[in-house]
Each structure stands twice: as structure tokens, then as C-alpha cells.
Design a protein. Structure first.
Length: 136
């Protein structure tokens, strides 16, 4: 007598709901991964707006001034003389690099000019002031 190991014949089904769940989980994982890959070297400041604001994709050194006048270089707080020394050290390896100054809208013009002067004394000639686009 022959014994049937599978007395009930079932058709094989591929469940789609777990497959869709896994797909969306991977999609969310990669979306968050892409957003976390953006580099933000400066600190968050309230930038002034300008109608002629433009963005650049090139590598840049970032100097930030917060509302209280504190100077930051790549998220590291420093004084004006130490900024000049640090930029002179950076000039040896990044001679033609753009230096971007992120100055808060509430910072006085004199402080921005003193940071600009420190950047120029360090040997950098390409300097930009970062702004936000003005709403029409």
C-alpha cells in the first residue's frame, strides 16, 4: 500500500503583504540614509536673505559667526587669532579652496569684516558670504 505524504494538496502561495512591508522598510532606510549623508560643516545661524543668492557644490571651508559674535570653524569654537592660525595651517593643504562665511543676520558688519580680514591674512583669496534666497 502506498502512503501519500501529503494527503491534502495545497497550492503554493506567495504572500505579498510581508514582501511589500519589507520593500517599504528598505525604501525608508535608504531615504534616511541619503538625507544623513549631506554634510553640514557650519553651525545653524539665521542667514540674511539676498535676491542674487546662489549655491555652489564645490568643497569649501566654513567659518560661522553666531548671533552672539562667537566664531566657529567647522563646528569648533575659536577666537579670531586662533582662527587666523588654523586657516594658515589649512592653507598649506587647501590653497585654492573657497572659504564660506556663514554670518548670522544679527551680527554687526564690523565682526564680519574682521573675520573676512582674518581669512585674507591666512592666504585665502576666494571668499564668499552665505545667504538664503529672497522670497519674491
Amino acid at each position: 500500500m502506498q502512503v501519500n505524504p501529503f494527503p491534502f494538496k495545497r497550492s503554493v502561495r506567495i504572500e505579498m503583504v510581508p514582501l511589500i512591508d519589507c520593500f517599504f522598510l528598505l525604501l525608508v532606510f535608504f531615504i534616511f540614509g541619503v538625507f544623513s549623508m549631506t554634510t553640514q560643516r557650519g553651525i545653524v545661524v539665521d542667514l540674511p536673505s539676498a535676491a542674487t543668492s546662489a549655491s555652489t557644490r564645490e568643497e569649501a571651508l566654513t567659518v560661522s559667526l553666531d548671533r552672539h559674535g562667537a566664531i566657529w570653524f567647522h563646528r569648533e569654537a575659536m577666537t579670531l587669532p586662533s582662527l587666523t592660525q588654523r586657516l594658515q595651517d589649512e592653507h598649506a593643504t587647501h590653497a585654492g579652496t573657497l572659504v564660506v562665511i556663514n554670518a548670522d543676520a544679527g551680527v554687526s558688519h564690523g565682526q564680519v569684516v574682521s573675520v573676512l580680514d582674518a581669512v585674507r591674512r591666512a592666504g585665502f583669496q576666494r571668499v564668499a558670504l552665505q545667504t538664503t534666497p529672497q522670497n519674491p
